[in-house]
Design a protein around this ligand. Structure first.
Ligand SMILES: *Cc1c(COP(=O)(O)O)cnc(C)c1O
Length: 366
């Protein structure tokens, strides 16, 4: 007997979502962004499901090494370049493309004496208004010319702060204008499109797009309704089982703090999933959990959470699922419950939940 919780990763959904993205950005090459263990899905499943991509974008050079060790021969982009000078020769050996965003990194590249330099592709990052990583336009041109003179293959990159909302400043248009003016007359490919850009700013997507969250079937805005009709499929489903039930009399309370009180006699189910599995403790009462019931039209029914989520368990109202019992399967998120919906009920976005599935949750690649 093992604890019944499981994160199933559907590689066919990866393929499907990647094909959708190709359709949305037919002129662009694709960096599939697989930082943070492929947003919690694991590199193995990502390589299996996304193997037709043009390149993978990672944060840690260890992940680049993992990809090479597992046979990936395509491009690999180090999204924040090098964290230390001593990573440079490994990046070179692994034939990575590197993002360069600060003066220190420019100096490391200038001092690097492996030949030929040109084997390293540089995506120079411009700060076009987000004010996180990158060079402002004037400094950008200087850095570009220095690295170009040092023999590197130069390309251009920036990142948008507000591709998921139209009227926040800086807008995509403002940032693009800054970027285009900054790179005016310089050779090299461009990359600026994250998931939200691919979905909602499709007139100019640049030479390389960088989808992350939509590969996994979640929304860049954190609201499922924004992607509901986009034909993306969730890749991860987090499932578990009911491991106990309780009958509550009127006035009886559930769990820590006794925050839920039964207003009528009712049955609740205890599900083997808690915040130590990565389920958000802040999930509000009423957050949906899908409970399997083969006699129902859709194979199951949504039941709301009652009471506080605890470390290893959560509790659901079974009034809508009279047949549910010990061993009945539940889905915490996946095809029946969008992860964005759980996130919304918890004051966060789907990104955070999928990235935070705990190491103790077994993963199955399907
Ligand atoms: C994470 C990341 C992305 C992907 O962002 P999504 O919103 O998940 O599409 C793209 N570009 C950079 C630089 C990133 O760090």
């Amino acid at each position: 007997m093992t604890r019944p919780i499981l994160a199933a990763i559907d590689t066919a959904a990866f393929e499907h979502n990647l094909a959708k993205i190709r359709g949305l950005a037919p002129e662009s090459k694709i960096w599939c962004v697989i930082k943070a263990r492929a947003y919690g899905h694991g590199l193995e499943a990502a390589l299996k499901g996304l193997g037709s991509t043009d390149g993978f974008a990672v944060l840690d050079i260890e992940d680049a090494g993992w990809l090479r060790d597992h046979g990936w021969q395509g491009r690999i982009l180090l999204l924040e370049g090098l964290f230390h000078e001593n990573e440079l020769s490994l990046a070179h050996q692994l034939a990575c493309d590197v993002v360069i965003h600060c003066e220190n990194q420019v100096r490391w590249l200038e001092a690097f004496d492996a030949l030929p330099h040109s084997r390293l592709n540089v995506f120079l990052k411009m700060n076009s208004g987000m004010n996180r990583l990158g060079f402002k336009p004037d400094a950008y041109r200087t850095a570009f010319h220095r690295l170009h003179a040092a023999g590197y293959h130069m390309h251009h990159m920036t990142h948008f702060a507000n591709a998921d909302q139209l009227d926040r400043s800086p807008t995509v248009d403002e940032q693009l204008e800054c970027f285009n003016a900054g790179i005016d007359g310089l050779p090299g490919a461009t990359s600026f499109g994250n998931s939200a850009t691919i979905l909602w700013h499709r007139n100019t997507l640049g030479d390389w797009v960088r989808p992350g969250v939509i590969l996994y079937g979640a929304s860049p805005t954190g609201r499922y309704s924004d992607i509901e009709h986009g034909g993306l499929n969730p890749v991860m489903s987090l499932t578990s089982e009911i491991i106990d039930t309780q009958e509550l009399a009127v006035g009886e309370r559930v769990g820590y703090g006794g925050v839920y009180e039964a207003s009528e006699p009712m049955r609740i189910g205890i599900v083997a999933c808690g915040y130590a599995d990565g389920y958000p403790r802040h999930a509000k009462e009423g957050t949906p959990v899908w409970v399997s019931d083969p006699s129902m039209k859709n194979g199951g029914v949504i039941c709301p959470i009652v009471g506080r989520v605890s470390m290893d368990m959560l509790t659901i109202d079974l009034r809508g699922a009279p047949k549910a019992n010990l061993g009945t399967g539940v889905e915490l998120w996946g095809a029946h419950v969008p992860v964005d919906e759980v996130a919304y009920q918890s004051g966060t976005i789907g990104y955070e939940l999928i990235c935070a599935v705990a190491p103790r949750v077994p993963v199955k690649i399907i």
